[in-house]
Design a protein around this ligand. Structure first.
Ligand code: KIV
Length: 298
């Protein structure tokens, strides 16, 4: 709707309309045209040889920062069980808790594809439950896809979830939900038999319709062969540089956690240190009656 503004030249009217368009882009609530990342775009990235960036997030504020920074995929990982809730393993986190984390992330994100982990006990051994859990995640959080761990043993669950139109991402190699079966968090598939089984599982996941695959903590040359053997994007964590993209746990790569230092982890910041410094300064300012000062009160 345009108002007739009397006494203004046509060229100035055009300038006014253009500047209103620019202004409206900046108004709260107005959204810039953003090309959202989809599973199809990830496939195109692999086809073009463009690497995919993926990080975890579990809450609104962190998700907002990494989405605005341009991350391609956000994983609402069940590692929330470790880094958010302080559990030793990923096993205790519940479907309700995953949905809570996922919906906080969804509210923050404009561009990234949001993938949510199906938690332990919500899909294994029962494909109907796998579908119900996935439907709850999609309906109640607004996320775009689910991820689950395992190969042939979860094939039926994957197919049933896909039959409802829900994109599924696989996860092979070190699968933390099976930690009590493995006994350790050490590198997987170093031996020929396990490496062959992993390759077969990767092909099966592709054939079942997974749009992508995470490979965790396996030898780099094996991960490179998987990535060239399957057409779908392969994202690695501790799986070397020969895959189609990388994922890290946000709290580890930012140095929020400081007690976990596997070889594959590169720290891009030391947030633990800078937060400690900030909090210590705040405490001493309060104790010294320096905060708040005259300008920081009403
Ligand atoms: O839960 C998680 O953070 C994950 C990544 C390690 C891939 O599954």
């Amino acid at each position: 709707m345009f108002m007739e503004i009397k006494g203004i030249k046509n060229s100035d009217k055009i300038k006014l309309i253009l500047s209103f368009t620019e202004y409206s882009k900046l108004m709260p609530g107005s959204k810039k045209e953003i090309k959202k990342v989809t599973t199809h775009i990830l496939q195109e990235m692999k086809n073009k040889g463009e690497k995919i960036s993926m990080l975890t997030a579990y809450d609104y504020s962190m998700a907002r920062i990494i989405d605005n920074a341009g991350i391609d995929v956000i994983l609402v990982g069940d590692s929330a069980s470790n880094v958010m809730a302080g559990h030793e393993t990923t096993l205790p986190i519940t479907l309700d808790q995953m949905i809570y984390h996922a919906s906080s992330v969804v509210r923050a994100v404009n561009r990234a594809l949001i993938v949510v982990d199906l938690p332990f006990g919500s899909y294994q051994g029962n494909s109907k439950e796998a579908l119900q859990s996935s439907v709850r995640i999609m309906k109640e959080s607004g996320a775009h896809a689910v991820k689950l761990e395992g190969g042939k043993e979860v094939k039926e669950s994957i197919e049933r979830i896909l039959s409802a139109g829900i994109p599924v991402m696989g996860h092979l190699g070190l699968t933390p939900q099976s930690i009590y079966k493995f006994g350790t968090y050490s590198v997987r598939a170093k031996e020929k038999v396990e490496a062959k089984a992993l390759l077969e599982d990767a092909e099966l996941l592709e054939k079942s319709g997974c749009f992508g695959l995470v490979l965790e903590k396996i030898p780099a040359n094996l991960a490179t062969s998987v990535s060239s053997r399957v057409k779908i994007p392969v994202i690695g964590i501790g799986a070397g540089g020969g895959v189609d993209g990388q994922v890290l746990v946000l709290h580890d790569m930012l140095g929020i956690t400081n007690e976990f230092s596997p070889r594959f982890l590169r720290r891009y910041a030391n947030v633990y240190e800078s937060m400690t410094k900030g909090v210590k300064k705040y405490i001493s300012d309060v104790k010294a009656r320096d905060f708040p000062n005259a300008n920081e009160q009403y």
